[in-house]
Design a binder for this molecule. Structure first.
Ligand code: GLA
Length: 378
């Protein structure tokens, strides 16, 4: 049974009628452009065929009731008195309610059944998917205009200020704005987007290392601070404003660590723009090379990879059908992404699984992904 059917059936069982709306918001995988979003730079993610689904109907009081099939838990809270209770998944829903109200939207209450198949904590943006599904649900029941970029920014605000994770705009943007069969080149300063197709006869494969790192948040914030210091050194608002030439002219004046961090961001922005160009030309080989270079930069200059990520990337690249592979998302654990010949994707995942198991003793999960649309009422 599909997740759409599951949330619909459970909704009918609990509430005795068909839902007024079913909404869906996807997780994402980033093809290239890592740790560039909070530097006002470029990212190139795609929304994937794994999502959060909500069956929902409005209530005429100011109450929200959400039942999660995944956690087998029901939560109830009033919109009139939002309190952060640090209560897990519900804080993403509550945080979005808070951010929408802070932006002066008049919200109706609702009741819903929620389920998802974005693996949690794997770096595929399960939290952004829940945030954007929540925003879509509020918009549907409260009859608000659906403005995906505005909603993405409010989702980011919920994540930053309610949940307390200081993320950039990429995850909420792609979950809100994603296009079927395309990746999106996002300018994280202007929020302009361009859709770019995957090269013909290729497919994106996500490789989950089965490792999670607890210290991601502090390392992430540390990288942000280092990038801000580098931007200040160059006298610009963000590292987005530094070209490779400008960087090289003054790199010698920077301390070693700041130089490495800045070099990653400056070169990654350039690679991301080149990658979009390669995709438009249908050049899988060029895109794969750029992904490989991105991994090296994240590993050596930005220092956010891990042994497990390096091992799975090596296994992927050993296969001739792989055009390129890199870690994806914040790093330190979670997933890698590979661009693979479409007709060979299944055996590719099997070979990588065997290789990674023998290298690390861990069992990876693999997902052959298609690019889907962003948050929508289905
Ligand atoms: C996490 C954050 C994003 C982005 C990536 C790194 O996924 O949520 O905003 O910074 O890390 O590219």
């Amino acid at each position: 049974m599909s997740l759409q059917q599951q949330v619909t059936q459970e909704f009918e069982r609990r509430f005795g009628e068909t839902p007024a709306f079913v909404v869906r918001a996807p997780g994402r995988v980033n093809l290239i452009g890592e740790h560039t979003d909070y530097n006002d730079g470029f990212v190139l993610p795609m929304a994937i065929n794994r999502a959060v689904w909500m069956a929902v109907r409005p209530r005429d009081d100011q109450q929200v009731t959400a039942h999660s099939l995944d956690f087998d838990e029901t939560v109830v809270f009033p919109l009139t008195d939002l309190q952060d209770e640090d209560a897990g998944w519900v804080e993403y829903i509550r945080g979005v309610a808070w951010a929408l109200q802070e932006a002066d939207y008049a919200l109706a209450g609702w009741e819903s059944v929620v389920a998802g198949d974005v693996p949690i904590g794997a770096g595929l943006s399960s939290s952004a998917a829940l945030e954007m599904a929540t925003a879509r649900a509020f918009a549907a029941v409260s009859d608000l205009p659906w403005e995906p970029k505005v909603m993405a920014k409010l989702g980011q605000r919920a994540e930053n200020e309610w949940v307390g994770m200081n993320c950039g705009i990429m995850d909420q943007m792609i979950s809100a704005v994603g296009k079927a069969d395309h990746a999106l080149l996002i300018d994280c300063r202007s929020l302009e987007t361009q859709s770019v197709p995957l090269p013909p006869d290729t497919v994106v494969v996500v490789l989950d290392t089965d490792t999670r790192r607890g210290l991601v948040d502090s390392a992430y914030n540390e990288r942000r601070t280092q990038c801000e210091a580098a931007a200040e050194f160059f006298g610009v608002p963000a590292l987005r404003d530094v070209s490779i030439e400008q960087f090289e002219a003054r790199a010698g004046e920077l301390d070693v660590l700041t130089r490495r961090r800045a070099r990653h961001v400056v070169t990654e922005n350039a690679r991301t723009l080149q990658a979009a160009g390669a995709m438009r030309q249908g050049d899988a080989g060029a895109l794969g090379q750029l992904m490989n270079a991105s991994h090296a930069s994240l590993r050596d200059d930005f220092e956010v990879s891990s042994d497990a990520l390096n091992a799975i990337v090596d296994c992927a690249r050993q296969e001739d059908v792989c055009f390129g592979a890199r870690m994806t998302g914040a790093g330190f654990g979670g997933c890698a992404v590979a661009l693979v010949r479409q007709d060979a994707a299944q055996p590719f995942t099997e070979h990588v699984t065997v290789c990674y198991q023998s290298a690390t003793g861990l069992t990876p999960s693999t997902y052959i992904c298609t690019a889907t649309a962003g948050a929508s009422v289905v």
